[in-house]
Write a protein that binds this ligand. Structure first.
Ligand code: GAL
Length: 343
């Protein structure tokens, strides 16, 4: 049997028997409680690690127990985890989905088992898909806000520093570090940051848009090569998250920028602990707090409300809702308000 066929046979065996190829972690005592199955896209991701820790802590004394799985940034692994959770007949399902094309079939499976399904921190199912079932919700940060925050921070820097136009061409030449192709947060941050700079009356020129999978190491390597090729042209670096912004900062430092060398503003998103340290150090210009505590607590709050048979509304959840979307706000963070990043 060839290798591909063998792994297909193994995975189908695992799905039928409800076994998780990558293991599953329980949080909270499930005795007498309903269970929520979680499918996180990648345990290795800094922001996801914080958010899932918050949800797990909530479950310790909360009414719903958890069974959590790691898709390891792999769509096949995600499918295996989802199928295994459905086979286990969990009572709720929460998906940090990396395959938007599969949303409809996930909703259909939840409908077949008559269980609520929450799409969290990911691209939303379409409005049609959301309308296809009464027990489907989408919980996400309002990602356009984080783009606007980045755009405003870079515009402000540009207007306040006459030497910000490093090659003097009258345009803000920038690099964009993209988190994930087709991901809602990534797309909004990429588009809205630049739209905001343009709305602020600044002409822009995209030197390069680079896909770095939300990862620091990938960002570092890619930025290092652009610096080597046309470092003198770069006026700003936009990163869809702090991990990638920190990778860019490492590359800048290694090439003699920042510190005593030329300054290039870098902006991120998340306000992770390390991101905030970089703001203190003066290497990260701005970020925005994408609060993993708010995300984790909101997810668990929705599960609790569903468990108690309560309605899901702006008032009960404590967040802004449009239809079945639950939106979480960002807070702009610069060196002037670092204390607001504490959670
Ligand atoms: C974003 C976060 C990123 C990454 C991503 C994963 O909200 O800013 O750092 O965790 O989620 O989907």
């Amino acid at each position: 049997m060839n290798k591909k066929l063998l792994s297909l046979v193994l995975i189908s065996g695992l799905i039928v028997s409800g076994v998780f190829a990558s293991g599953a972690q329980e949080s909270g005592d499930s005795a007498g409680k309903k269970v929520a199955g979680f499918v996180w896209y990648n345990y290795a991701d800094t922001f996801i690690t914080s958010a899932r820790t918050v949800v797990a802590n909530e479950a310790v004394n909360g009414p719903v127990a958890l069974l959590s799985t790691d898709s390891q940034n792999d769509i096949a692994m995600q499918a295996n985890n989802i199928n295994a959770l459905f086979a286990k007949k969990v009572d709720y399902i929460c998906i940090n989905n990396i395959s938007p094309n599969d949303s409809a079939s996930m909703i259909q499976k939840a409908k077949d088992q008559n269980i609520p399904i929450l799409f969290v921190n990911c691209t939303s199912p379409t409005e049609e898909e959301l309308a296809s079932y009464d027990k489907v919700y989408h919980i996400s940060s309002a990602a356009e806000q984080s783009g606007w925050i980045q755009g405003d921070a870079v515009s402000e820097y540009w207007k306040a520093h006459s030497d910000a136009d490093r090659n003097g061409n009258g345009k803000l030449d920038y690099i964009m570090l993209v988190g994930m192709q087709g991901n809602y947060d990534s797309q909004m941050r990429t588009d809205k940051s630049i739209e905001r700079v343009v709305d602020n009356g600044i002409e822009v020129n995209c030197l390069q848009e680079m896909l770095c999978d939300w990862q620091r190491g990938k960002a570092m390597n890619q930025v290092a090569s652009v610096l080597a090729a046309n470092g003198n042209d770069i006026d700003a670096i936009f990163a869809n998250n702090d991990d990638m912004a920190l990778g860019a900062i490492e590359a800048l430092k290694a090439s003699g920028y920042l510190g005593d060398g030329p300054y290039i503003p870098v902006v991120g998103v998340d306000a992770t602990k390390v991101g905030v340290q970089a703001i203190e150090e003066g290497t990260l210009l701005a970020t925005s707090l994408n609060n993993p505590v708010t995300l984790g607590k909101t997810i668990y709050k929705v599960l609790t409300l569903l468990d108690e048979g309560q309605p899901i509304t702006d008032e009960t959840v404590g967040a802004t809702m449009t239809g079945k979307h639950i939106w979480l706000d960002y807070v702009a963070i610069t060196k002037d308000n670092i204390e607001d990043a504490a959670y």
